[in-house]
Write a protein that binds this ligand. Structure first.
Ligand SMILES: N[C@@H](CCC(=O)N[C@@H](CS)C(=O)NCC(=O)O)C(=O)O
Length: 205
């Protein structure tokens, strides 16, 4: 079995890194230097034409998009370890939260970070768009808070790789203007998730 993980520090690949660590699978890491544009090299573009990390290559098949990677790794390696649900309704809920994280939460945060802040060029600044994106991200964190109000983990009593994936994004959100403190259930869950050895490992590039 061959599993290769293409990553970069402080990137979306942290979510995949955490998932891989939780699964305890042996894998090889290939680090890209994004500022040096390693993502534009032909051999990497052949794996992901989007030129973005993360990518995993499992037995020769490249897979991009962190939510798709989490779902694939979960169903392939996580079920026997009780880290991902078997096929059925519970798996649909797992997929629901993975997709929600990338399509809804991460999107609103990306719009916010791309339209305000000192690193954003003046031509890209847009206070109205940034305010709407902020409101949307906060609304979504509220939805997550309600979900976690009566659950220890995203899917119930057991930690799953869905927790790792979602927590990686929520942790990132905290670094770019959305600390979890106002959402007390999210905050407590994030603190629980951060106790996992997989979290510490995912912070090492
Ligand atoms: N939706 C993608 C986002 C991946 C992504 O945006 N990766 C960034 C790093 S956080 C990247 O590789 N950027 C390089 C570039 O755009 O040139 C996923 O979840 O995998």
């Amino acid at each position: 079995m061959s599993l290769i993980f293409y990553h970069a520090p402080n990137s979306t690949a942290v979510a995949t890194h955490w998932v891989l660590e939780e699964l305890g699978m042996p894998y090889d890491k290939v680090r890209l230097e994004l500022p040096k544009r390693d993502q534009d090299k032909a051999d990497f573009r052949a794996l992901n034409p989007n030129g973005k990390v993360p990518v995993v290559v499992h037995d020769g098949t490249p897979i991009f998009e962190s939510a798709a990677i989490a779902a694939y790794l979960g169903e392939t390696f996580g079920v026997a370890k009780r880290l991902y649900p078997e096929a059925g309704a519970k798996r649909a809920l797992a997929l629901q939260w993975l997709v929600w994280t990338n399509v809804s939460l991460a999107h609103s945060i990306a719009v916010y970070t791309e339209t305000q802040g000192e690193r954003v060029p003046a031509a890209q600044q847009n206070a109205a768009v940034a305010a709407a994106a902020k409101a949307e991200a906060e609304r979504l964190l509220g939805i997550l808070d309600t979900h976690l109000a009566n659950r220890t983990w995203m899917l119930g009593d057991h930690f799953s790789i869905v927790d790792a994936h979602v927590a990686a994004f929520v942790g990132y959100a905290g670094m770019v203007g959305f600390p979890a403190k106002p959402w007390k259930h999210v905050d407590a869950w994030l603190a629980r998730a951060a106790q996992r050895p997989g979290f510490a490992a995912s912070m090492q590039s």
